[in-house]
Write a protein that binds this ligand. Structure first.
Ligand code: UD1
Length: 361
């Protein structure tokens, strides 16, 4: 069986790492052969290469080098690049993960060439059509053949759309596979010493959604509100390239606030595991904090991962910066909820995916 595995942007890499490990594991060896296609959507060393190194992901067979651009530019470059390598190839299935531009672009190309599409992390929905990711999820799920899901909410939303239940496979969470498999590799970043961090005595903040960072006044308010209500605890702020560009215009200089470049996977999760709380607009981090039982405050109005709120440690604060003060008060009073790990987020999703692929293809 030949499959193509697509990865393009930072949150894809932890997901494919678990699937590739499963395919190469003793139980499935020689049953599935794969080509890894890197679309090049993320290309900075600390947004891409460092994840390949740390997570032992083999070098991609192809790199489409799509680079940056508008949504349409990026999508079209990836589509043309992938079509060029898929045409005239005997591939049984194209496996796409998550909800990034690369996921959408490659699923369309594969489907139009009559190649089956398997979507990992299918069925999740925020209901927010202003997010490019929501459009990517809906389009990808509307043409996929096989749906691998992380939660019962996702199963239900696929059933509501009329997906045949036979093609829905509730397998768990590949991002969590990678987190659990690498816990012993988490390592102290240099900021630990520089900021004199102590266990459970600092906060982490990450922001990268266009809606939160493209307006520099809004970005400034989020940061100032966090600094003003942080009880003088250090705040570590690893910046996505988009955020860094805006942050540099703000002139924020506070001795407890540490803006830094994006961290490696081992270094970032070392910090998350030991922090008091994470303030973020990421989706993936809400899953990781749930599993590590770390309080998480999400600066968004909605989430496609409701189980992180219903069962986990996450709370939606919305996008009004004034919501940060009461949330941090609650945290410092020791009143933050403790969470439970959602079903099947047990480190074995990749193995379940490999097993199913062999059965269905
Ligand atoms: C993408 C995903 C988002 C995910 C995020 C994680 C889509 C639609 N969005 O958003 O779901 O949460 O990745 O990081 O796919 N840039 C660099 N170096 C890089 C990559 C990007 O400087 O290696 C710059 C680009 O020039 C651009 C900005 O970062 O200005 C945004 O990159 P882009 O790939 O368009 O989307 P993300 O915001 O990263």
């Amino acid at each position: 069986m030949n499959i193509d595995i697509i990865a393009g942007a930072r949150p894809n890499f932890m997901k494919i790492a678990s699937i590739i490990n499963a395919i190469k594991s003793k139980s499935f060896k020689n049953k599935i052969s794969y080509r890894l296609i890197h679309t090049g959507q993320h290309y900075d060393a600390n947004m891409s290469e460092s994840f390949f190194k740390q997570l032992n992901i083999p070098s991609p067979h192809y790199n489409l080098e799509s680079g940056s651009g508008s949504q349409a530019e990026q999508t079209s470059k990836i589509m043309i690049g992938y079509e060029n390598i898929l045409i005239n190839q005997n591939v049984d299935c194209c496996l796409v993960v998550g909800d990034v531009t690369s996921t959408l672009a490659c699923s369309i190309v594969a489907k139009k060439l009559n190649v089956k599409v398997a979507h990992i992390e299918a069925g999740i929905r925020s209901g927010d059509m202003t997010m490019p990711e929501e459009i990517n999820r809906i389009v990808t799920d509307s043409i996929s053949d096989y749906f691998f899901t992380t939660s019962d909410n996702a199963n239900k939303s696929l059933l509501r759309q009329g997906v045949n239940p036979k093609n829905i496979f509730f397998v768990g969470n590949t991002m969590i596979d990678t987190l659990l498999a690498n816990k012993s590799n988490f390592s102290k970043p240099s900021i630990w010493g520089k900021a004199k961090l102590k266990d459970k005595e600092y906060l982490i903040m990450t922001l990268h959604r266009p809606a939160n960072v493209d307006d520099s006044k809004k970005l400034k308010k989020f940061i100032i509100e966090t600094i003003n209500n942080s009880n003088e605890k250090p705040i570590i702020f690893p910046m996505h390239p988009r955020t860094k560009k805006q942050f540099l215009k703000l002139g924020i200089n506070n001795s407890n606030f540490y803006p830094i470049d994006p961290l490696g996977y081992f270094e970032f999760n070392y910090l998350v595991e030991r922090c008091m709380a994470v303030i973020t607009d990421s989706g993936g981090i809400t899953e990781e904090t749930t599993v590590m039982d770390v309080p998480c405050m999400t600066l968004r109005d909605n989430t496609e991962r409701p189980e992180t709120i219903e069962m986990g440690t996450n709370m939606l604060l919305g996008t009004n910066p004034s919501a940060i003060e009461p949330a941090l008060k609650k945290l410092f009073l020791g009143e933050w909820k403790s969470g439970k790990v959602p079903p099947l987020w047990d480190g074995k999703a990749g193995l379940r995916i490999a097993e199913q692929l062999i059965k269905i293809l």
